[in-house]
Design a protein around this ligand. Structure first.
Ligand code: DGY
Length: 316
């Protein structure tokens, strides 16, 4: 008999859906109207042995507690900050994620955002579309990257991939994280120091309690009116109110953001600012990477139900 799984969220490719439909009895929470979700969970909960979820959705303690037979949570994403390990660990429920397969594409997006911001691509696009070029309206020049300093917050797999790319633009790389990384780049003594020493601060650290709002008003002020914040990690790392205030008051030069504190809600104040580039949490959103992520998440479920070692288990 096929095991029953509960699918939370969306964003994986159809090919992955086909594999899941073939191998499991799938219950899809996203397909249920919000008002009916409680009754739906009540009905399917007794049979659910696995959860397939996204990095942003994760699984909270309230839902996990309603699934008495839950054995495994397969996260389609690398970040597991939305997973309630406190509720899962005491019950021995396994958690897997999809590291490595998304590193290069997420790093590409970080660099795309940095370039879009420094070369003012969205502003130029608006300029052309509005007919301002033909009308010979004045344009503000962009800034070169060569010789500038990129400060990487969190030099893990994605942070390193970003650093490698930015080195090829002639930028100097610095980093900060609590532990010293085994690498050639200089480590700043603190996060405000890194911000002070950088022209671009690129947030690549994981989300969760330990990093919540670490990019605060002090860090933003240290980055300064010529500085740019790039965030491709989690919105929770940035104090969004402090960021908006710093941008509005000209204490921070610019921001390029793929992630937000309360997705998909993006504060109107951010949307109104001209010196901000916004994308809707799409670091891993390419056909190739989403296919690889989905297949890896499915492979973790398959290994579990076949009694084999999990390819990418996360320890809580
Ligand atoms: C990840 O993999 O963590 C992405 O940010 C999607 O959640």
């Amino acid at each position: 008999m096929r095991p029953e799984i509960l699918l939370l969220g969306s964003g994986w490719v159809p090919q992955v859906d086909k594999v899941l439909e073939r191998d499991y009895v799938c219950h899809r929470l996203a397909a249920v109207a919000p008002a009916d979700r409680d009754a739906f969970i009540e009905r399917v909960a007794p049979g659910v042995r696995g959860v397939f979820t996204t990095g942003v959705t994760g699984i909270d303690a309230a839902l996990a507690d309603r699934l008495p037979k839950l054995e495994i949570v397969a996260v389609h994403g690398v970040g597991v900050d939305a997973v309630a390990f406190d509720a899962l660990d005491p019950r021995g429920i396994l958690v897997t994620n999809t590291p490595d397969v998304l590193t290069e594409d997420v790093a590409d997006l970080a660099v795309s955002l940095l370039l879009a911001s420094s070369r003012r691509i969205p502003q130029l696009d608006r300029h052309v579309r509005a007919g301002d070029w033909e009308a010979k309206k004045p344009l503000q020049p962009a800034r070169s990257l060569r010789g500038k300093v990129a400060g990487i917050v969190g030099l893990g797999r994605i942070g390193r991939a970003v650093a490698t790319r930015l080195e090829s633009f002639g930028m100097a790389i610095r980093y900060f994280q609590r532990s010293t990384a085994d690498c050639l780049y200089p480590r700043s003594a603190s996060l405000p120091d890194l911000a002070r020493e950088s022209d671009y601060l690129i947030v690549c650290a994981p989300g969760g309690a330990a990093t919540r709002a670490m990019i605060d008003a002090d860090v933003l002020d240290a980055l300064g009116p010529e500085g740019t914040l790039v965030n491709i990690a989690r919105g929770s790392l940035v104090d969004e109110a402090a960021l908006i205030a710093a941008l509005q008051e000209g204490r921070l030069g610019a921001a390029a953001l793929d992630v937000f504190a309360d997705e998909p809600r993006v504060p109107a104040a951010l949307r109104e600012l001209d010196n901000v580039v916004l994308t809707p949490h799409v670091g891993s959103f390419t056909v190739e990477t989403r296919t690889a992520m989905g297949m890896l998440a499915a492979a973790n479920l398959e290994a579990h139900f076949a009694g084999k070692p999990l390819p990418t288990r996360v320890l809580g």
